[in-house]
Design a protein around this ligand. Structure first.
Ligand code: GLY
Length: 428
């Protein structure tokens, strides 16, 4: 079977790497992919949002399974298009992807299903938003309703900060159309964790837990990013808590979607805040997390193609993913300046040396081959998040040590990375 993977980040390299290990798979093709995916399969120059181009390609190449990485094409209805042509695609339809595509829809849906999430208001005008902020007694988080490439969330400590965030979105249009409607919600404290599950429209199968590091700098300082590192499992998600997350979050959401006539197939990803016994859902995403997917899939021992194909066609019954018991930890190496503006085109040295050990795999994100005379086909940086250096260890501390030993072998002129990925788990 030929498998098409849509997207070009570290998540997509991890998906391609895992899918390529399946004896069922004859070829892995990535659209558009990166330098890492080119090494496990073939890249084709079709953008992740070129839905018609992807559909025509999948038909002409007789693709057996398409796996959609990013949220944008899912929200635009790529799976609906593939379904209509009888092509198997892993991911929710546009109706299901609204859980990520509209934060207001998601909050209301969670409320309707009895899923724990903080109080909120939805606004399109400044005055009622400011009055709402004045009526609250805790800090607020202001969110653009629509997709804003992971940047449309401003965490505020004071009413003045929250009001400034409202104005940035509704008056200055900082996030464009995505911020034309906003959500103002109570800020909750605790430890964050990511929990992903596969859904087949009816059944929900949990994946291993993980924890992301969203801030750019050590000690959770600096601006929010797409994620600067992750590890799996997340010790904060005990077995008992995992059962509660399934019963109190995942199953109610999947059941609610089915009852609404929009059965959910794909990854259901809950961003959680955990404090003692209290469980609060911060957000729902409709796809694999990035970089959480890198350590989670590194640990997966079951054939990923079988699992995702089953989820896409309603056949998850009886399937239970098996995991390497060793923890895995991923350090994201980013371009200097990320998540603000950054340079591209720096030659990256040391990737092969970094993955000499069987316990290390370097997932590519913003990389490409530079065929110019000057760089002679070497791998160069082409995005903000450039690499995800992922390592195993017998303990989380050992995985951390192995990941950083490998990370230090890789260099380019303006590289930046956090030096404390996993510390929370190590220090528990
Ligand atoms: N790592 C956060 C996300 O994938 O949204």
């Amino acid at each position: 079977m030929k498998v098409l993977i849509v997207g070009s980040g570290g998540r997509e390299h991890a998906l391609a790497w895992k899918v390529a290990q399946s004896p069922k798979v004859t070829e892995v093709i990535c659209a558009p992919g990166n330098a890492g995916t080119a090494a496990v399969g073939r890249n084709v120059d079709i953008g992740a949002n070129d839905l018609d181009g992807l559909l025509a390609f999948a038909e002409s190449e007789k693709i057996g399974l398409t796996i959609v990485g990013p949220e944008d094409p899912l929200c635009r209805g790529i799976v609906d298009k593939f379904d209509a042509k009888g092509l198997v695609a892993f991911g929710p339809t546009a109706a299901g992807a609204r859980l990520e595509g509209s934060k207001a829809f998601c909050k209301q849906f969670m409320r309707d299903q009895g899923v724990a999430t903080s109080d909120f208001g939805v606004f399109t005008e400044v005055a009622p938003a400011e009055a709402y902020i004045d009526s609250r007694t805790v800090g607020q988080v202001v969110k653009a309703d629509g997709l804003a490439a992971g940047k449309g969330v401003i965490v505020c400590s004071t009413p003045a900060e929250a009001k400034a965030a409202v104005r940035q979105m509704l008056v200055d249009h900082r996030f464009g159309e995505a911020g034309a409607s906003i959500l103002v919600e109570d800020r909750v404290e605790g430890e964050e964790a990511s929990f992903m599950a596969l859904c087949d429209g009816l059944r929900v199968v949990p994946l291993a837990s993980s924890q992301d590091h969203k801030r750019a700098l050590d000690g959770d300082e600096g601006p929010n990013t797409g994620g600067m590192g992750a590890y799996s499992p997340a010790p904060v998600v005990t077995d008992e808590l995992a059962k509660r997350i399934m019963a109190e979050v995942m199953q109610p959401l999947a059941r609610g979607m089915a009852q609404a006539g929009t059965p959910y197939r794909g990854v259901l990803y809950a961003g959680l805040m955990i404090s003692g016994d209290a469980l609060n859902v911060l957000e729902i995403n409709c796809r694999f997390g990035d970089p959480e997917t890198q350590p989670v899939l590194a640990r997966l021992q079951t054939d990923l193609t079988t699992l995702l194909g089953a989820a896409a066609s309603g056949g998850l019954a009886g399937l239970e993913p098996q995991w390497d018991p060793r923890p895995a930890l991923c350090v994201v190496m980013a371009a200097g300046g990320y998540p603000g503006s950054y340079d591209k085109g720096h030659v990256i040295e040391g990737i092969d040396a970094a993955q000499e050990s069987d316990d290390v795999v370097v997932f590519h994100a913003g990389t490409t081959y530079d065929d110019s005379d000057h760089n002679g086909g070497r791998i160069v940086s082409s995005g903000g998040r450039v690499l995800g250096v992922t390592a195993f260890g017998d303990t989380i501390a050992e995985a951390q040590q192995n990941a950083y030993t490998a990370t230090r072998k890789i260099s380019w002129p303006d590289v930046q990375y956090r030096t404390d990925i996993g510390n929370r788990a190590v220090n528990r």
